[in-house]
Structures are given as C-alpha cells and as structure tokens.
Design a protein around this ligand. Structure first.
Ligand SMILES: [Zn+2]
Length: 68
C-alpha cells in the first residue's frame, strides 16, 4: 500500500495529552497530515490522519485528537 505523505510544519499548533507510546502527559506538536489514496479511503472510510510528535519521546503518533 502506497501512502501519500504531505508534511506542512506548523510549530505553533500544539496540544497536551497522554502519550500512547511513552505514557507521559506531554505536549504534542502537529507536524502534518497523511492522506490516503482514494481507493484506500473508500475501503477504510478514512481519507487522512493528523500526525503529532510527542515532545517527551519524539515519537510520531497519528490522530491523537481522537484519543484525547
Ligand atoms: Zn511520548
């Protein structure tokens, strides 16, 4: 499956929540969105996800707002 990734750095956009990777309550910086091809979007019902970076462990997680 080929994923199309478009990174648009927006350092001002942040949120704070518990990190699913390191478990810390941390600040997350929005680093862009990942768009799926139309064929994949039709199957999964998801056309894009937002990518966030944990400022504690620097891991990139997706759709963090759905877990917050
Ligand atoms: Zn983390």
């Amino acid at each position: 499956m080929k994923l199309l990734t478009k990174i648009q750095p927006q350092p001002d956009l942040q949120l704070a929540t518990q990190c699913p990777t390191c478990g810390h309550y941390s600040a997350f910086t929005w680093i862009g969105e990942q768009r799926y091809p139309e064929r994949v979007a039709k199957i999964t019902g998801i056309d894009k996800v937002n990518l966030w970076r944990c400022e504690h462990c620097m891991t990139t997680v997706s759709n963090l707002e759905n877990q917050a």
